[in-house]
Design a protein around this ligand. Structure first.
Ligand code: NAD
Ligand code: TYD
Length: 350
């Protein structure tokens, strides 16, 4: 029975991936290692938590001894590494946590994988999940390719870029079997409401202002989270060691247009008069160093491994809104207590 470690499996993308793997591969043992920070939530996994091939291990990837002991005990066959501090605004407010988890944590995992696979790395794989933000910011034209030079511009993207470099270095220097993928913005159920879409859904529910940074003209390329999980499954099984794969939705939106579309769907689903939610849109002070545009060219993944997104944006966006409206207790739980303090601090001076 193959033992696969997923780090950060209680987070947004990690929980979708764990669900996919546990259901699709009953003959794998999926071990989810997560510190359960504010972004990690075991409620994201209640539907699969009792399946016999799933196991949860609470722990911090920054804790070197814990990581080494866990790898020694389990002797994993594969690692899919998602655990990270993931929110750009938090990285601007306090970068250090990002350096610790995203860089030091990744090195601890690399060292532990190297250690347990030192005698035989045949069939083993370390898969590092990264972001398109490492490539920097685009103007109106062009898309990020796997060969685009790195140019990270926020503490978050710099820490992810650093971890990508370290994974490549361990592959080249030590022969660690490793692959990397860099994905565009994900959306879907279970995303923590610090990110644009669930934040606006939650604020519309409560009739609170929708804070759009700057003029709302920044552009992101949105992908439904289950399409990302499918890409990860494919790359984990069929990708080539040492390679990088870009993953994207081919689905670019200006923030303001995305928020307006969300308002329209919310009004319809909540039985409100058309135009009600749009009145909540409030332009606020821009994010420091705000990257203008991200767009992914995913043709390598499409041509080499046959992946393309299957969820159309209209369908995925409706499904996402429905999920949040049908699961108010999930939103209420994650937006009580510390979230209120976070929100107040982050948006006070905007
Ligand atoms: P998330 O913030 O929702 O989840 C991160 C998870 O990691 C949480 O469960 C958290 O508890 C856990 N974690 C954090 N620090 C930890 C530590 N020190 N030890 C163990 N666990 C820890 O993030 P997400 O949006 O699901 O992103 C997952 C990965 O995908 C990240 O590596 C991120 O950089 C990458 N990514 C995200 C997006 C996106 O749009 N969300 C896009 C591309 C790539
Ligand atoms: P976000 O969801 O934080 O993802 P990322 O910064 O990793 O792309 O933000 C998506 C876009 O929305 C980004 O251009 C910043 C913008 N944004 C707002 O305008 N208002 C907000 O309250 C947030 C959280 C983001």
């Amino acid at each position: 029975m193959k033992k696969i470690l997923v780090t950060g499996g209680a987070g947004f993308i990690g929980s979708h991936l764990v669900r996919l793997l546990v259901k699709k591969y009953p003959d794998y043992r999926i071990i989810n290692m997560d510190k359960l920070t504010y972004a990690g939530n075991l409620a994201n996994l209640t539907d699969i938590e009792n399946l016999p091939n799933y196991e949860f291990v609470k722990g911090d990837i920054v804790d070197e001894d814990f990581v080494m002991m866990t790898f020694d005990a389990y002797r994993f066959d594969g690692v899919i590494h998602l655990a990270a501090e993931s929110h750009v605004d938090r990285s601007i407010a306090s970068p250090r946590e990002f350096i610790m988890t995203n860089i030091v944590g990744t090195v601890n995992l690399l060292n532990a994988a190297r250690h347990i696979w030192k005698d035989n790395a045949e069939g083993k794989r370390f898969y590092h999940i990264s972001t398109d933000e490492v490539y920097g910011s685009l103007h109106d034209e062009g898309k990020f390719l796997e060969t685009t030079p790195y140019d990270p511009r926020s503490p978050y993207s710099a820490s992810k870029a650093s971890s990508d470099h370290l994974v490549r270095a361990y592959h080249h220097t030590f022969g660690l079997p490793a692959v990397i993928s860099n994905c565009s913005n994900n959306y879907g159920p279970f995303q923590f409401p610090e990110k644009l879409i669930p934040l606006c859904i939650n604020n519309i529910r409560h009739g609170k202002p929708l804070p759009v940074y700057g003029e709302g003209t920044n552009i992101r390329d949105w992908l439904y989270v289950e399409d990302h999980a499918r890409a990860i499954d494919l790359i984990f099984h069929q990708g080539i060691d040492g390679e990088t794969y870009n993953i994207g939705g081919n689905n670019e939106w200006r923030n303001i247009d995305l928020v307006k579309k969300l308002c329209e769907i919310m009004d319809r689903k909540m039985g409100r008069h058309p135009g009600t939610s749009e009145q909540l849109i409030t332009f606020v002070k821009d994010r420091a160093g705000h990257d203008f545009r991200y767009a992914i060219d995913a043709s390598k993944l499409q041509n080499n491994l046959g992946w393309s997104p299957v969820v159309k944006f209209d369908e995925g966006f409706e499904k996402t809104v429905e999920w949040y409206l049908e699961n108010p207790e999930w939103l209420n739980n994650v937006t009580s207590g510390n979230y209120l303090k976070y929100y107040e601090t982050m948006y006070r001076n905007r």
